[in-house]
Design a protein around this ligand. Structure first.
Ligand code: TYD
Length: 226
């Protein structure tokens, strides 16, 4: 049985929204703006991120971003990101969704598919299998792919970082970041019911307005106001 498992909406009362994209796409700003907008509506909203989001997963984050797992290769790296994800889901995401909260997460399984899967040349079978055992029917209801050209994203990330050292993933070359962008676009094209590509080269408030319109129409059951 190779068909993906259906997402069981009845098992959770809340809604799960993720943000994906390359470096410097503005994910953290948009996560903050969306959390503010949902909270202003009186909706319980939990902001979180990956890798991390639970104490054990934050420990794994340190090792991953320091590049300690990289020498083991992309398959092992994908498994450690997934191990962190299992804890994050169990400790934070699933309980929040069960009690009816909105969960807004900065990166999730699509990052493993893009960074380790596409860029690490892992097979679809490997990534599909890993995603199935790690995430199962807890895939996001809605995923925003924040899309910026690789050059622009890297320039933004460099500015934000200032004098701090680059992490393992920022240190990859421009070709890596171009392929990464294509990988995220490819995931979005294959999952149009879940994913929305957002042009993130525009001012943050314009990007946030597009995101809010999608959340209203897709998850809050309202037609967007003009
Ligand atoms: P972070 O500092 O949070 O970067 P960003 O602001 O770009 O989100 O670092 C997370 C890094 O980990 C980022 O470069 C993407 C990478 N990553 C993976 O390679 N695989 C994954 O499954 C996840 C969740 C992140």
């Amino acid at each position: 049985m190779n068909a993906p498992m259906p997402v069981s909406k009845s098992a959770r009362a809340g809604r799960f929204i993720t943000f994906e994209g390359g470096e410097g796409a503005g994910k953290s700003t948009q996560v903050r703006k969306l959390v503010e907008a949902l909270s202003a509506r009186g909706l319980e909203t939990v902001a979180t991120r990956e890798p991390g989001g639970s104490p054990n997963a934050e420990e794994l984050r340190k090792a991953l971003l320091a590049g300690l797992v990289a020498p083991l290769g992309p398959a092992a790296e994908a498994m450690i990101f997934s191990a962190a994800r299992i804890d994050h889901l169990d400790i934070l995401i699933k309980p929040a969704l069960a009690r009816g909260a909105f969960v807004v997460c900065d990166r999730f399984a699509d990052s493993t598919r893009a960074y380790q899967g596409a860029l690490g040349s892992l097979s679809d079978e490997f990534i599909d299998g890993l995603e199935r055992v790690t995430v199962g029917d807890n895939m996001p209801d809605l995923t925003f792919m924040l899309d910026v050209p690789a050059e622009e994203g890297l320039a933004r990330a460099g500015k934000r970082r200032g004098d701090e050292a680059v992490d393992r993933f920022e240190a990859e070359n421009i070709d890596f970041h171009r392929k990464l962008r294509e990988a995220f676009r490819d995931i979005a094209e294959r999952n149009p019911q879940r994913c929305v590509i957002i042009d993130a080269t525009r001012p943050p408030d314009d990007v946030a307005a597009d995101i809010w319109r999608e959340v209203e129409t897709r998850l809050l059951g309202q037609e967007a106001s003009a």
